[in-house]
Design a protein around this ligand. Structure first.
Ligand SMILES: [Zn+2]
Length: 282
């Protein structure tokens, strides 16, 4: 009897503890490459629409209040910005929010395969054929009022390159921004879908290699690059944790890793904002 009570007490303690630390993701980070979470006023309902830079914005209801989740481009200037809201009656109004500055590191990278740094004319032609397909996938908008925004890690591995880095390849003058999060893991390591969604497309591209695009709803898209094997097909519905493929080094890479992209309102944002620090780097 004593043991039973003790177990019951520990169970409730654990439950309370779990509820107390339950966080809602993504984490707000109103900086270039981050996400602004804007509380919408009482007039807002599920018929209202939000826009930023002419793009539809994800909205959701948390604890009975509506909020807009705005993906902020790396090129956005710090200061005041506004979202446009069109309510159910078609009335337009604006709500202001602030963007703060963020300094991103610069890193020099040497790639031995010259063709990857300075692609040939043929490579560039191939890239220009592929580019519209990638752009179209990232632009996907599907109505969905039940989006899973608390992601789990897509792969077990070390974060080898963070989002937003300013990269200079082989001492070239051009600075390229790293618009994903790299997770290093051996070739063949399983990659899982961090949240429920639907596969938009899969393909093999010059820069990103074997790639999978997942639509999580309302402009929240995730992209998985350089895969060795792809285990899903376009149109397939995915549950959180479902295997989508394996880590590889296809496309422009210097070693096996997952280049993970998260896009919100067709804007690449820091994937780390969608995952808990508690189950971070393993
Ligand atoms: Zn990367």
């Amino acid at each position: 009897m004593m043991i039973k009570n003790l177990l019951l007490v520990s169970f409730f303690t654990l439950l309370t503890f779990k509820l107390a630390i339950a966080e809602v993701f993504p984490t707000a980070s109103p900086v270039p490459g981050g996400i602004a979470i804007i509380k919408l006023d009482h007039d807002f309902n599920n018929q209202s629409k939000v826009y930023f830079w002419k793009k539809r914005i994800l909205t959701r209801k948390v604890n009975n209040s509506w909020q807009a989740l705005v993906g902020l481009p790396l090129k956005i200037k710090a200061g005041a910005h506004k979202i446009k809201i069109i309510n159910a009656q078609g009335k337009k109004y604006f709500q202001e929010f602030s963007v703060h500055t963020k300094d991103y590191e610069t890193r020099h990278i040497t790639i031995k395969n010259k063709r990857m740094v300075s692609p040939t004319k043929k490579d560039i032609e191939r890239h220009y054929k592929e580019k519209p397909l990638i752009i179209a996938a990232l632009k996907t908008w599907t109505e969905n009022s039940n989006i899973q925004t608390n992601f789990i890690h897509p792969v077990n591995g070390r974060f080898s390159s963070i989002f937003g880095l300013k990269r200079i390849y082989n001492n070239q003058k051009r600075i390229r921004r790293h618009t994903g999060l790299d997770i290093a893991a051996p070739t063949g390591t399983a990659i899982i879908s961090p949240a429920k969604g639907k596969v938009i497309r899969t393909g093999s591209y010059f820069f990103t290699g074997n790639t999978v695009f997942i639509d999580h709803g309302q402009g929240l898209i995730s992209m998985y690059c350089h895969l060795d094997k792809t285990n899903v097909k376009a149109g397939q519905e995915l549950t959180q944790g479902q295997n989508i493929g394996t880590v590889g080094m296809t496309g422009r890479v210097s070693g096996p890793h997952l280049h993970w992209v998260v896009s919100l309102n067709n804007t690449k944002v820091d994937p780390k904002l969608f995952i808990s620090k508690n189950n971070a780097e393993k």
